[in-house]
Design a protein around this ligand. Structure first.
Ligand code: AMP
Ligand code: ZN
Length: 510
């Protein structure tokens, strides 16, 4: 292999392309990348734009692993506190989850917890279908309320937060570095004017000391998801969840943080303010942001009829278009993450063909390996050079077009040799295809971990166990009920006793 390339990414914080140097190394000197990527709010099916951002994170992890690095990759599920007007410093409006429940589509859910669970599971299915790497931890905001409350308490104690009748706010004035990521938010007047220009009111709470201050905790004893806190019933602000969960699983100072470009301000700016006020240490040294996807040159929107979820493409007909999910994956990867990306049906069609070609070559190589015709390997060096080219391209600020071009060049070369592949060449070619697939994930699905089984496939079994457990509890046969709980847990479900009987939900891998 050629000399190991340096992994470089554009860093929103320093405004230049920086070599990524993880702060920690394992005992044997291997760099250990600690990486947090903002996950979705589970109030609807994820759309193709969301997945473009998640795919950036996926490629970062794949590239780091291809370099032989150790990685700890955390990406969350936001299931509370993300409000509709989240582009404002202090997001206002309705909780997205609650709004979704009240919509026509939401009426099929018994309650907000059901809605959250349903869309989380849908997310996981899309995630696996598009062959994204499983994170090491996928924390949910609602399962980390206590550390969020403790963080808010600590911010009050150290003078970075204050209480009003409506909630607890972070005091932006107490953090002079506010604005260092986005270059925005220093000028309170500009912020108010900006919001006024969009005819929105930034200061929803008259007791806020500064319009830039944002809510850490909202007091609300009528909210559908509420917890008890030192300040009464309420729910956490959206920004605090990511600071707290990143700290929980990666420590107070992490290497890299990623998300879509809309998160630079206010979400990530606020995350920095909270995290650094809590720890006194730099929160993340590198920040990577994905430019938004557009569809046929326009912002994706339901009203324009150009809004697509992942399942609009990959679900079987008539719900979807029955597209190979890897073709959608390749399409979403085909533009570099930092350039505006225009999703078009022409590009999609091209990429269906590209994936097909890679898969045909993969099958061809399998056949040639089985036949094992005699002869020496005659392609290995050229294939290795193409792999090096692909890896070097990804190390160069995730230059996906160049990496994909190298993969397709190799496929063309192999396709050209066709049935003349001897056994030795085919074995080298198979290694190459495996390596390319580990890097880009576009030929076949990586192995799916056992815990990621489709719960719907197991649905009948699970329901039978639930029914049996409820019957056992009704008959006060607690020994049997406990045994059935254990069986459900073994299958990877959390088991909850509720007034409506046994409820289960799939354990998110931690
Ligand atoms: P949300 O569910 O709104 O929190 O979004 C989840 C992730 O998708 C965030 O990182 C967003 O920045 C990102 N995202 C949302 N819309 C798009 C888009 N059109 N293109 C790329 N990324 C997006
Ligand atoms: Zn976040």
């Amino acid at each position: 292999m050629a000399s190991t390339p340096t992994f470089q990414l554009y860093n929103t914080l320093t405004r230049r392309v920086d070599p990524i140097e993880p702060a920690e190394q394992t005992a044997d000197g291997t760099p250990h990348l600690r990486f947090y990527s903002c996950g979705p709010t589970v109030y609807a099916f994820a759309h193709i734009g969301n997945f473009r951002s998640f795919l950036t994170a996926d490629l970062i992890v794949r590239t780091a692993r291809a370099l032989g690095w150790d990685t700890t990759y955390v990406t969350n599920v936001t299931d509370v506190g993300h409000l509709t007007d989240d582009d404002m410093t202090d997001p206002s409006g309705e909780d997205r989850m609650v709004k979704a429940l009240r919509s026509k589509e939401g009426q099929r859910f018994a309650n907000i917890w059901d809605l959250a669970r349903y869309y989380t599971e849908a997310l996981l299915r899309d995630w696996r279908a598009l062959n994204l790497q499983e994170p090491d931890v996928r924390p949910r905001a609602t399962e980390h309320i206590r550390p969020q409350i403790l963080a808010v308490q600590q911010l009050i104690e150290n003078g970075h937060a204050y209480e009003t009748s409506q909630g607890i706010y972070f005091s932006v004035e107490s953090f002079p570095d506010y604005g260092k990521l986005s270059g925005r938010g220093q000028d309170a007047e500009a912020l108010v004017e900006g919001a006024a220009a969009q005819s929105r009111d930034v200061v929803t709470d008259p007791d806020k000391r500064d319009p830039r201050d944002f809510a850490l905790w909202k007091k609300d004893d009528a909210h559908l998801m509420q917890w008890h806190s030192p300040w009464g019933w309420g729910f956490p602000g959206w920004h605090i969840e990511c600071s707290v969960m990143a700290n929980e699983y990666l420590g107070p100072s992490i290497d890299l943080h990623a998300g879509g470009e809309d998160l630079i301000f206010p979400h990530h700016e606020c995350e920095i303010a909270q995290a650094e006020s809590l720890s006194g240490e730099p929160f993340a040294r590198y920040w990577a942001h994905t430019r938004f996807l557009q569809v046929e040159g326009e912002k994706m929107s339901k009203s324009k009829g150009n809004f697509y979820t992942v399942r609009d493409f990959i679900a079987p007909e008539p719900e979807g278009r029955d597209l190979d999910p890897l073709a959608l994956r390749l399409t979403l990867l085909s533009g570099q993450y930092r350039k505006p990306f225009n999703f078009t049906f022409d590009t999609l069609r091209d990429n269906v063909r590209h994936v097909q070609r890679l898969q045909d070559v993969d099958a061809l190589v399998d056949d040639a390996m089985a036949e094992d015709a005699p002869g020496d390997d005659f392609l290995g060096e050229r294939l290795d050079a193409l792999y090096d080219k692909a890896l070097a391209a990804l190390c160069d600020d995730l230059n996906t077009p160049a990496a994909i071009a190298a993969a397709l060049e190799g496929a063309k070369m192999l396709g050209g040799v066709g049935s003349n592949l001897n056994g030795a060449t085919a074995r080298r070619a198979k290694d190459w295809l495996d390596q390319i697939n580990a890097l880009l994930g576009i030929i076949r699905h990586d192995e799916t971990p056992a815990s990621a089984d489709d719960p719907e496939e197991e649905g009948l079994d699970v329901q039978a166990l639930i029914d049996e457990r409820d019957a056992a509890r009704a008959a006060k046969d607690y020994e049997r009920a406990d045994a059935l709980r254990d069986a459900l847990q073994e299958m990877g479900y959390e088991v909850m006793d509720t007034p409506e009987g046994t409820q289960v939900r799939r354990q998110v891998r931690i």
